[in-house]
Design a protein around this ligand. Structure first.
Ligand code: DX5
Ligand code: ZN
Length: 230
């Protein structure tokens, strides 16, 4: 997985048909998705439940590219090996999920995976300042995690810009997650994000059997993000 800073669209399967995940993953990739974003929720760190490592392992053969696993769980450390064995390429843990995010990130890299750290909207960007030597991705939440379809929190755009400055030339992707649409994509790309997670805005209007809308949605979000880069 070579590093690159071009705009990447990562559809969140939280907005897919839960009875048809394999076909949904194949459809979004065929329609131009760069990464597949998998939202793992535990009903404890966030007030919603989704799925665990067994689902990730079942999805793996249906994803040709990058499986980007976003863990919204606490504790997180006891499950890292299971998600690594399930075939995640990137494992992202929240800085708020426990007292030892540094250890968590070391463990992810020791498992041979790319390590990501996510920040809730209420967390100051400096919370990742001492972690930048040990991460491959920082995920800025632009909604409070737990649910798809929420409104983008505009106050987070400044955080992305600050993070872009802090990262400098390091090979670290900036991912934005929550409320990304054609309208908000230019704001986040201009501030410095390169991975745009989008659930509702990608899956609206289509289905695995009729995926053309997925392609149109992905292209529209990508074009909007790129337009802000001049
Ligand atoms: C929120 C998840 C997001 C979410 C994005 O907790 O981490 O990935 O699914 O969904 P939209 O794009 O609908 O805001
Ligand atoms: Zn997510």
């Amino acid at each position: 997985m070579p590093f690159d800073r071009s705009i990447k669209i990562a559809p969140s399967i939280l907005a897919a048909d839960f009875a048809n995940f394999g076909a949904e993953c194949r459809a979004i990739e065929a329609e131009g998705a760069d990464w597949v974003h998998v939202d793992v929720m535990d009903g404890h760190f966030v007030p919603n439940l989704t799925f665990g490592p067994a689902m990730c392992a079942a999805l793996r053969p249906h994803i040709k590219g990058v499986m980007d696993v976003h863990l919204m769980i606490a504790p997180v450390d006891p499950y890292l090996q299971a998600f690594a064995e399930a075939g995640a390429d990137i494992i992202t843990a929240h800085v708020e999920a426990g007292p030892h995010i540094h250890r968590t990130l070391q463990a992810i890299r020791a498992l041979g995976k790319k390590a990501g750290v996510a920040l809730n909207p209420g967390t100051h960007v400096e919370a990742v300042g001492d972690l930048l030597e040990m991460v491959d991705l920082v995920c800025v939440m632009t909604v409070n995690p737990g649910f798809g379809g929420q409104s983008f929190l505009h106050g987070q755009v400044q955080k992305i810009a600050k993070l872009r400055e802090m990262i400098g030339a390091r090979p670290i992707n900036i991912e934005v997650d929550g409320g990304v649409t054609v309208a908000t994509a230019p704001l986040v790309s201009k501030a410095g994000a390169d991975v745009l997670v989008a659930g509702s805005a990608v899956f609206k209007g289509g289905s695995a059997a009729s995926p053309a809308a997925y392609g149109a949605n992905i292209r529209a979000i990508r074009a909007a993000a790129q337009s802000a880069l001049g």
